[in-house]
Ligand binder design. Structure first.
Ligand SMILES: Cc1cc2nc3c(=O)[nH]c(=O)nc-3n(C[C@H](O)[C@H](O)[C@H](O)COP(=O)(O)OP(=O)(O)OC[C@H]3O[C@@H](n4cnc5c(N)ncnc54)[C@H](O)[C@@H]3O)c2cc1C
Length: 392
């Protein structure tokens, strides 16, 4: 069987779906190939949902401009997804709190993190102990103080994926092939052929490889630069719940491990997360559950006794230098990688879609977009890709 379209997208997570939505809005015919039985089958449904711009140290380094751009795009992007799908996606806009539960962490924040916030122009408002407790009464009374980071947002990734998926199913410019795996990509100067495990061959101008932590199988020259990072989280629910159990999403460090809580608008509280580099199984473990519960008890003691609704794991797509791979991965510019977002893929989905749109329409890009594309260019990590025809 043979099919044609303008762009084939291998992988229907948040990255592939955000790109599909962007490209179809520009009038391109898109096919999404997803090996799972629904869109958002992988890491995208396992995420906590922080739209993170300050609380992850990576955001204060080379990713600064990338996360800032994505944050700018976020509210309008979510509104567009809601408009297209008719599915509400509550967006928590009160910001994040980064708090210190002991004196050592307070000193670390002041010595290591505050100067970086200042250097990058991040808005971080200091809070005294009683101000933290007033803002979030559930927080442990051990708290020493903290910071309010008003730019950060949060949402429920499964809800966002449901809306994005509904919008794409309604879109006449998009064909979605579920339960089908892309097995090989053959690029040429004239186009690209994507081979599927059911024998279909899709011919298009470009293929976007957005297969999360499995992307390397379709871009073998970069496979060694991409790796899985397993993460686990849980969800508890407040008794008699209704509404957000906290007003902010909250970061803390407990015995040197991050603990992160993100409230949902129906009384649930997602709490995580773990990081296991190199692991790609999705089996949640009792050891990690105990660790997360221990962190929750230190962060918000009363919430530790709430009923647990879920315990899950997902696999983030890691990259060797912590920067996503967004750009051409073959010598003809036909195979475009869009992966390696690690723990920031929900945050970076809108800017990734914008950058891929810019790659396919280079005449329409501005200098800032070109700078971000240069940052994320897979060729920055020299590999066996070989010279492009013009370099020969
Ligand atoms: C516990 C946890 C917490 C997280 N919290 C946050 C957070 O708070 N904020 C944030 O920004 N990010 C967070 N992340 C990271 C975020 O989830 C990921 O960066 C993001 O989901 C990656 O999206 P993706 O579309 O690239 O990958 P995925 O969602 O994994 O999607 C890739 C898809 O490609 C499909 N696929 C793979 N290979 C093929 C193939 N050959 N053919 C067809 N289909 C294929 C897979 O089935 C999958 O559905 C978290 C992740 C985890 C695990």
């Amino acid at each position: 069987m043979r099919e044609t379209c303008d762009v084939t997208i291998a992988g229907g997570g948040i990255v592939g779906c955000a790109i599909a939505q962007r490209l179809t809005a520009e009038g391109r015919r898109v096919v999404i190939v997803e090996k799972g039985q629904r869109l958002g089958n992988g890491a995208s449904s396992a995420a906590m949902g922080g739209i993170i711009t300050e609380t992850d140290e990576l955001c204060l380094g080379p990713l600064r401009e990338l996360v800032k751009r994505s944050r700018e795009l976020y509210p309008a992007w979510v509104a567009a997804v809601i408009g297209l799908s008719g599915i509400e996606v509550p967006l928590l806009t009160a910001g994040a709190l980064q708090i210190a539960l002991d004196d050592a962490e307070m000193i670390r924040l002041h010595e290591r993190i505050v100067p970086r916030w200042q250097a990058t122009g991040a808005r971080a408002e200091p809070l005294l102990r009683h101000e933290v407790l007033r803002a979030e009464p559930l927080i442990s009374r051990q708290v020493r103080g903290g910071f309010h980071l008003p730019a950060e947002l949060a949402l429920e990734p499964r809800r966002l994926m449901a809306a994005l998926s509904a919008a794409l199913w309604l879109d006449p410019g998009v064909r979605i092939r579920l339960g089908t795996r892309a097995t090989r990509v053959d690029a040429s100067p004239h186009g690209v052929a994507v081979h599927l495990d059911d024998g279909t061959r899709i011919e298009s101008g470009h293929v976007i490889v957005a297969g999360g932590h499995l992307s390397g199988s379709l871009a073998p020259d970069h496979a060694g630069q991409l790796f899985p990072i397993k993460g686990e989280a849980i969800e508890v629910i407040a008794p008699g719940a209704g509404g957000y159990p906290m007003r902010h999403h909250v970061y803390a460090s407990v015995e040197g491990r991050d603990i992160y809580a993100v409230p949902r608008n129906d009384g649930r509280l997602a709490v995580g997360v773990t990081h296991e580099r190199g692991r790609s199984d999705t089996v949640p473990t009792p050891g990690n559950l105990a660790m997360i519960r221990h962190g929750l008890a230190a962060l918000a003691p009363s919430a530790a006794s709430w009923r647990m609704r879920r315990h899950w794991s997902g696999v983030r797509p890691g990259s060797v230098d912590g920067i996503p791979f967004i750009g051409p991965a073959d010598r003809y510019g036909r195979l475009i990688l869009a992966t390696g977002h690690a723990g920031l893929g929900i945050t970076l989905a809108p800017v990734t879609a914008e950058l891929v749109g810019g790659l396919l329409d280079p005449g329409g890009t501005d200098a800032a977009t070109r700078d971000l594309l240069a940052l994320c260019d897979p060729a920055r990590v020299r590999s066996a890709i070989g010279p492009s025809p013009t370099e020969r």
